[in-house]
Design a protein around this ligand. Structure first.
Ligand SMILES: [Zn+2]
Length: 744
């Protein structure tokens, strides 16, 4: 039995007895505990009630730097937390630097600490303001005295050298999987939990800094697997495969150990790992979702050509693993870039849109600031404005569940065993393309973890999308089949299900029966100058739904990769056929050698009450690469054909909008984030550009009766018509975002 579950049940029992679960923060909100803000509090007096995880809505993180103690002004921070209505804080406690008078040997006290306890002071000040408080530790680096006493605690590179820290060369990089974490950091976590009534300990950079070849890793890996540590990153290397599994086991063991040790001292407290993400993240998100009671997504901002909607995507990925459990979205107020200007400040427009994307997609904001001494204060009123609005409309942000009906699958096993070193291009780019297409089509959707395809986790969806989910086990294929048998629809692209969960190619698709095709033995690409012919009916009105809006289009560009397949089922006339590649130079040679083939490039059919569309090419990845309008339209049409149902919310009007729809206890909300901006695909945003009128039709959930419609950003009552099954709303204009709230 999981120790977490045991202690969770134990303290739930306690809170039921004392009846203090709700309203924990009321007592101290607004209390300026004047000089008392520095006095350590009596723990039992001010501690939030037992199950605190779902309470906080707005997080504040102050990461102290070593010379902060005695130099920075804690009062400034505590006043700021109060002013912005932050109801939870993450504060620096220990690890590479201790900000309290630690007694754990080799736990390095800040050289500026003297007799002070800056962590304790801030902790007490936050508690006096009724805030949830978690302590932050960072174990990834250590000082010379640690090296001298325990050289075996230091990480070792492939050449056998102990690793100096890449940014602070006076420090050493620690091994995450050996005694430094399992013994030393356990002692640190125990000490923090014993001395302070914290609600949890947040571990930053706790899972290692790349491959480690230290004596503990060598020995423990060999004991567990009989193998030497891998020297390649190839998923074909048996040692590498074994390592990926062993490293996960070791890290989950560490996470559970720290959580257990902390909860043994403070039953409501947990270790909260800084971990998680999408297909490219290393730790299995299904397990993460089971261990964590709360989690935070460390996507602080964008750099390079990161699209603005990335923060929303992150929120969806975490929710796919955590379900209803709270997820915080960590954002930096500064520029996030490889060159790491940690004391910088972002534009207001960029910050507002980044946070709006997280909020619209169900994450709770968490600002992070490094250094108690503030060199540039421009961000402070910006976060105050963002949090102020969030606080005012908080009850509409306490979501019960999303009402989206489309789920896009992501697959860590596909990234690890099929994508490997090229996972970004071979796996993630398919997802990004489909994501962009759904966003442009204004379809609300969720992400789905491929290990949560069972009936319980896909029940809410009418359509599941497999954007080149190449690796699927027999069991996962059966779950998808069961979804279709239950009336669900599926869209799949390219090599979906052509490999098993370990990345071994099958002789045929695992989902061949659903697709109605079999693998003909060949994958072609990269193709140059290939096209797709649109097979319109003589009467355009009789053309397939897939071709809607393309009636004047005889042919479109093809993708870059395609799978040769042969139909096994009966299909109606195909809407798309292949025009094979022909030379693109010299220009005199550029003419199609074959103008028409019978090779279908879209297999669409009804299977029971469900619909299945299979594209044997990389339409989604090519859309991400080339952004061809035609590919986007085909994808949107495929989604509408496959769902074959009214959307939960339909939005008509100009611009690029992220549309999400949520149910709260007594209301429904539709978030409209305005991504119409020259800097949407590469930041930072310079200015917010308002878009014009949007006509919004919301389908009311069965049994719900709408009583009032309100715009939460404009703070006004819009022009709206409430009928039995729908609410029609006119939103005159949107600057950065609008939220339509429908009260029941
Ligand atoms: Zn090691």
């Amino acid at each position: 039995m999981d120790a977490n579950k045991l202690s969770r049940r134990a303290f739930l029992g306690t809170s039921a007895l004392t009846g203090v679960v709700s309203g924990f923060s009321r007592t101290f909100v607004g209390l300026k505990a004047d000089p008392a803000f520095l006095v350590p509090t009596s723990a039992e007096q001010t501690a939030p009630a037992a199950d605190w995880f779902d309470k906080p809505m707005r997080w504040a993180q102050l990461t102290l730097v070593e010379n902060d103690p005695g130099r920075y002004d804690p009062r400034l921070w505590l006043d700021y937390f109060e002013r912005i209505h932050a109801d939870a804080a993450c504060l620096s406690a220990g690890g590479v630097v201790a900000y309290y008078p630690t007694n754990v040997p080799l736990h390095h006290r800040s050289a500026w600490l003297r007799d002070a306890d800056p962590f304790g002071e801030l902790f007490a000040g936050c508690r006096a303001r009724g805030m949830v408080v978690i302590a932050r530790t960072d174990p990834h680096a250590a000082h010379q005295d640690v090296y001298d006493a325990h050289p075996d605690w230091i990480a070792v590179d492939a050449e056998g050298r102990k690793r100096r820290h890449w940014a602070s060369p006076e420090l050493w990089v620690t091994c995450a999987l050996g005694p430094y974490n399992f013994e030393f950091m356990t002692a640190v976590h125990r000490e923090i939990a014993s001395r302070y009534d914290v609600d949890g300990i947040f571990g930053n950079r706790w899972s290692g800094s790349g491959m480690c070849y230290c004596e503990h890793c060598e020995r423990n890996f060999r004991a567990a697997t009989g193998l030497a540590l891998p020297r390649t990153t190839s998923p074909r290397d048996p040692s590498r495969r074994a390592y990926l599994a062993w490293q996960q086991d070791r890290l989950f063991e560490l996470w559970r150990l720290w959580s257990r040790e902390i909860a043994a001292i403070r039953p409501r407290a947990r270790f909260i790992a800084n971990a998680g993400g999408g297909a490219l993240s290393p730790l299995d998100m299904k397990t993460v979702g089971e261990i964590a009671d709360i989690l935070f997504a460390d996507r602080q901002g964008r750099s390079g050509s990161t699209p603005l909607w990335t923060n929303g995507k992150t929120a969806k990925e975490y929710r796919a693993a955590l379900g209803r459990k709270p997820v915080g979205g960590i954002f930096s107020v500064g520029v996030e870039d490889a060159h790491r200007w940690k004391d910088s400040v972002q534009s207001e427009a960029e910050l507002r849109l980044w946070v709006a994307e997280g909020t619209a997609n169900g994450m709770r904001p968490w600002f992070t600031k490094f250094s108690g001494t503030v060199y540039d204060t421009r961000w402070m009123p910006i976060v105050e404005r963002i949090y102020g609005w969030h606080h005012r409309v908080e009850r509409y942000l306490r979501n019960e569940r999303p009402l989206a009906r489309v789920g896009v699958v992501y697959s860590q096993q596909t990234a690890a065993f099929y994508g490997a070193d090229r996972a970004r291009e071979k796996v993630e780019d398919h997802t990004l393309g489909f994501y962009q297409a759904l966003l442009e089509a204004r379809v609300p959707f969720e992400m789905v973890h491929d290990r949560r395809l069972d009936a319980e986790h896909v029940r809410a969806f009418t359509l599941i999308v497999l954007p080149n989910i190449a690796c699927l086990s027999d069991r996962q294929c059966e779950e998808i089949r069961a979804f279709v048998r239950g009336g669900g629809s599926v869209i799949a692209t390219f090599e979906s299900s052509l490999y098993d969960e370990r990345g071994e190619r099958r002789s045929d698709f695992g989902l061949a029966d659903l697709f109605g095709v079999r693998f003909a033995g060949r994958v072609e690409g990269p193709m140059q100058n290939s096209y797709i012919r649109l097979e319109h009916a003589a009467d355009a009105r009789a053309s397939h739904r897939l071709l809607q809006g393309l009636h004047d289009t005889p042919r479109i560009i093809n993708g870059v990769w395609r799978v040769d397949v042969a139909p096994d089922a009966a299909f109606e006339a195909t809407p798309l056929t292949l025009i094979p590649s022909y030379p693109d130079l010299p220009m005199e040679m550029v003419y199609p050698r074959v103008e028409k083939t019978n090779a279908s490039q879209a297999f669409l059919r009804e299977v029971g009450r469900g619909r299945v569309a299979y594209f044997p090419w990389d339409i989604d990845r090519a859309f991400w690469e080339v952004m061809s309008l035609d590919h986007g339209r085909l994808l949107a049409n495929a989604v509408d054909w496959a769902t074959n149902d009214e959307r939960p919310v339909a939005v008509r009007g100009p611009g690029l909008l992220d549309v999400t729809i949520w149910r709260q206890q007594a209301s429904l909300t539709v978030h409209l984030v305005n991504l119409t901006n020259a800097m949407t695909m590469k930041g930072p945003v310079r200015e917010l550009v308002p878009i014009g009128e949007q006509r919004v039709r919301i389908a009311l959930p069965a049994g719900a009766k709408a009583s009032r419609v309100h715009l939460l950003v404009a703070d006004r009552t819009p022009e709206a018509t409430i009928s039995g099954e729908h609410v029609d709303v006119v939103v005159p204009s949107i600057l950065d975002r609008e939220v339509i709230a429908v009260d029941f």
